[in-house]
Design a protein around this ligand. Structure first.
Ligand SMILES: [Zn+2]
Length: 121
């Protein structure tokens, strides 16, 4: 029965295609994990942009970055940047950018605290 055989083959093709797409997506997802993990702090190794959980993804003024002895491709968490600077970060250390808005994304509590202007008593 060639017709039945063709139908079966067509069904088979669809199955293979779905499986292939699933496999491809899984492979891409797996590849994405270590890629994201590479955004680790150069000093302490903690991920600054984990897939889930709070991030410390921000930018500071060049002068602050250079004072910390960081290069353009350096990645630092808030704690390690402050350690290098020997002081806590202030909201004035961050240039105005969407990324630097306290409520943007899923910033860690300490990053949110630094991004917010200190209330004057
Ligand atoms: Zn760190």
């Amino acid at each position: 029965m060639p017709e039945e055989g063709q139908r079966a083959a067509a069904r088979h093709d669809v199955t293979i295609t779905r499986t292939s797409v699933h496999r491809l997506l899984t492979r891409l997802a797996r590849r994405r994990l270590p890629g994201r993990d590479e955004f680790r702090c150069h000093d302490c190794g903690s991920p600054t942009a984990p897939l889930d959980g709070p991030d410390e993804w921000y930018c500071v003024h060049d002068t602050v970055w250079h004072t910390a002895g960081a290069r353009e491709d350096t990645i630092l968490c808030i704690g390690c940047l402050e350690e290098r600077l020997g002081r806590l970060l202030l909201h004035t250390d961050f240039p105005p950018a969407v990324l630097n808005q306290p409520d943007y994304g899923n910033h860690s509590q300490r990053l949110q605290d630094r991004l917010r202007p200190q209330s004057t008593p």
